[in-house]
Design a protein around this ligand. Structure first.
Ligand code: NAD
Length: 425
């Protein structure tokens, strides 16, 4: 099943529970607009073409919103799935935005900053008629960042001939970015996790956490949880897993990863590990997939999609899963986890902090009045806690998973807006 079919399955299940008509279900399951292009650019090594997409899934609740990823494996199904999930996520967190996503099929590690700037500007030139502060607002995603957003904004403003900082979010502060955007996804995850643990009457300071993926989302979460008193027993990246029963210090690991490229390089260089130091620290270096088997109370997928499958969940010992990654759990595994009593905080809620602060950035740009760090942090906490409470309440009332509850809330809110707009007439 491709990722888009997986999301459509979640939407269909929610639509059926809400007894939506066939016409309503059909309208919720397909993208409003799918834009594709071949970006023809002249780079340092000569002319080249890159396949690019912008999928505008649903804008019933407000302008389209969603990141642009630069990835060699980006494809239409993936971008459609992420666009659909964005529409649900914005509705669950209750911000007045719709869902979109963009992608360029490229391995950005193979290109210079100068080439990436040419490609970023070409993307905007191609899709400019579809973008804008009230139309469609992109943001960073996998392998894109604030600098790429600044090039895109500059290109857009040159093309339309006026300043419009709210046409893109995740910008540098100097161009109208918001405080708190960098850590927003992880911080939002911390808020919903703390809410859940409080409801379960579990003291978070004794909770052991294993995190798969040590990038923007995973490393920031590890540091926030460590600072809050959680025990980070394991972290992993594409090259390996580090495990220590007594806990790891993610601040040290982050510095090592930034310097040497992998979490394992805290102890290992070119496959040779300092076993004496590891013994002293009570740590072991394992392979990437060993992250699933470590003893932990909370497991956080923060890297790839579809990593939690019927096979991998058999190894998991955690009773709580916080989905920072998008679409990390297959539908079969999701069903089994619910039956086993494992609580999954779904991606459309767990990682919604990022789009929430993107929304705050857009609001600040529109009103040209900028908030302090504290104001952003307070508003984020309020949004995450309100959304979590609504999802949890619905799950309890209907005896369904948090994912089903979140999708029902999202679908219900989008459908209400579509009905007022006469979409189904
Ligand atoms: P990133 O590229 O910064 O980090 C990804 C990490 O995953 C890297 O450390 C990489 O080494 C690791 N990884 C890759 N293959 C792995 C493997 N086989 N085993 C273990 N680790 C592996 O990306 P990110 O921005 O942190 O995003 C991670 C996930 O979170 C994605 O699914 C993304 O869509 C989702 N997400 C991120 C944000 C955000 O604000 N960054 C917001 C919403 C959702």
């Amino acid at each position: 099943m491709n990722p888009f079919e997986q999301i459509r399955q979640h939407i269909t299940s929610a639509a059926k529970s809400l007894s939506l008509s066939e016409a309503e279900q059909a309208a919720l399951l397909s993208a409003n607009e799918t834009h594709r292009a071949s970006l023809s650019v002249v780079l340092e090594n000569g002319p080249q073409n890159f396949e690019a997409f912008r999928v505008q899934f649903n804008n019933a609740r407000g302008p389209y919103k969603g990141g642009i990823r630069f990835h060699p494996a980006a494809d239409l199904h993936e971008v459609q799935a992420l666009a659909a999930a964005m529409a649900i996520k914005c509705a669950v967190i209750d911000v007045p935005l719709g869902g979109a996503k963009g992608g360029v099929v490229i391995d950005p590690k193979q290109y210079s900053a100068k080439d990436l700037e040419v490609i970023a500007r070409a993307y905007v030139k191609e899709f400019v008629p579809h973008l804008g502060v009230d139309k469609d607002i992109p943001a960073p995603d996998v392998y894109t960042n604030a600098t790429i957003m600044s090039w895109m904004l500059d290109e857009y403003e040159s093309l339309v001939g006026h300043k419009e900082p709210g046409m893109i979010t995740g910008k540098p502060l100097a161009l109208g970015g918001s405080y708190g955007r960098d850590s927003a996804t992880a911080q939002g995850g911390v808020h919903v996790l703390l809410q859940l643990l409080a409801l379960k009457q579990k003291h978070h300071e004794r909770q052991r956490v294993a995190i798969q993926g040590f990038g923007n989302a995973g490393a920031t979460l590890a540091k926030l949880l460590y600072d809050a008193g959680f025990i980070i027993v394991a972290v992993s990246d594409s090259q390996g897993t580090l495990y220590a029963k007594g806990g790891l210090d993610p601040h040290i690991i982050d510095a090592v990863k930034t310097d040497k490229g992998s979490v394992s390089s805290l102890y290992c260089t070119a496959g040779v590990c300092d076993t004496e130091q590891m013994q002293k620290d009570g740590a072991v270096a394992l392979s990437p997939d060993d992250i699933f088997s470590v003893e932990a109370d909370i497991f956080v997928p923060a890297a790839l999609d579809n990593v939690l499958t019927p096979e991998t969940i058999q190894k998991l010992q955690a009773g709580v899963i916080l989905e920072l990654a998008n679409n990390p759990t297959t539908p079969e595994a999701d069903k089994q986890l619910f039956e086993q009593g494992v609580t999954v905080i779904p991606d459309v809620l767990a990682n919604a902090g990022g789009v929430t602060v993107s929304y705050f950035e857009w609001v600040q740009n529109r009103q040209q009045l900028y908030w302090t760090k504290e104001e952003v942090a307070m508003r984020l906490q309020e949004k995450m806690e309100t959304a979590f409470a609504a999802v949890h309440q619905k799950a309890l009332e209907k005896d369904i998973s948090l994912r089903e509850a979140a999708y029902q809330i999202g679908v219900e809110r989008i459908t209400a807006a579509m009905r007022y707009r006469g979409t189904f007439m």
